[in-house]
Design a binder for this molecule. Structure first.
Ligand SMILES: [Zn+2]
Length: 258
């Protein structure tokens, strides 16, 4: 299974002896600037792990446009550096950075993705309208592709995004959310999205799928999410595995292993 989004260098996981085996396959996602060197190092030393450079909106107050651009420019030749992000907007809690600041940091990373020709990994939580507005306003800078990670919006919203970003390769990654009863509306969202635009992720150590919910999420729990996605799409787990891996290879521009 190609896990398009995890944070296994997180202290909760890196010390967890069952997590890191030689089969771990996917993308270690950058979320705060300080951790980027460790993330790139982890990717360099794990055969099937790729990496991204990004700053999550929760860390927007610490963002330095110069430092970030220098880091990206300095690592451009590293073959496993596949995307900019995660970046975006998170209005879930009142103690998160000011919305104006989040937008500024998000927009800067959109510019970096365009300038350095990388696809963009977007985090958007409880911020649908502003996320859509920022993406539409910067449509010309999204030519390398956009991935909405941990898709948590409705089928109508997904369609709206696909229509307004026509001509742009927009992908959506589904995680543990889709296994939650309260998020059953995501079944429709999944069915609405073209099959060649669907990815799977764990977001480990966050968002563990049912029946592991509320535990620390491990990469191997991706199977529970794949089972639910298979049922919704009337496919086998093996088909979901192949489909999402091929989509991930295309989005991240990774040469397929098979
Ligand atoms: Zn994440």
């Amino acid at each position: 299974m190609f896990d398009s989004h995890f944070h296994v260098t997180d202290p909760r996981l890196i010390t967890h002896k069952d997590v890191i085996d030689s089969q771990l396959t996917g993308v270690e996602i950058g979320a705060d600037f300080e951790s980027l060197p460790a993330i790139f190092e982890f990717s360099a030393t794990h055969e099937h792990v790729y990496c991204t450079a990004g700053v999550h909106p929760a860390y927007a107050d610490m963002y330095s446009a110069n430092d970030m651009e220098n880091f990206v420019a300095e690592h451009l030749n590293f073959k496993k550096f596949v995307a900019i992000g995660e970046c975006g907007l998170d209005y879930h809690r009142p103690d998160l950075p000011a919305r104006e600041r989040q937008v500024e940091v998000f927009v800067h990373q959109i510019h970096l993705a365009d300038r350095y020709k990388k696809p963009l990994v977007v985090h958007s939580r409880d911020s649908w309208e502003d996320t859509a507005e920022v993406l539409f306003a910067h449509k010309s800078k999204l030519k390398n592709g956009v991935l909405i990670h941990c898709m948590s919006y409705t089928a109508e919203q997904a369609e709206y995004l696909l229509n307004h970003l026509n001509g742009i390769d927009v992908y959506f990654a589904f995680g543990g959310h889709i296994t939650y009863k309260q998020k059953a509306f995501l079944h429709d969202t999944l069915r609405t999205i073209p099959l060649n635009r669907i990815l799977i992720e764990t977001d480990a150590p966050y968002l563990a799928p049912t029946p592991k919910r509320s535990e620390v999420n491990l990469p191997q729990y991706i199977r529970y999410t794949a089972e639910v996605m298979a049922k919704i799409l009337n496919k086998t787990v093996a088909e979901i595995e192949t489909l999402t891996a091929n989509n991930a290879y295309r989005f991240f521009k990774i040469k397929a292993a098979q």
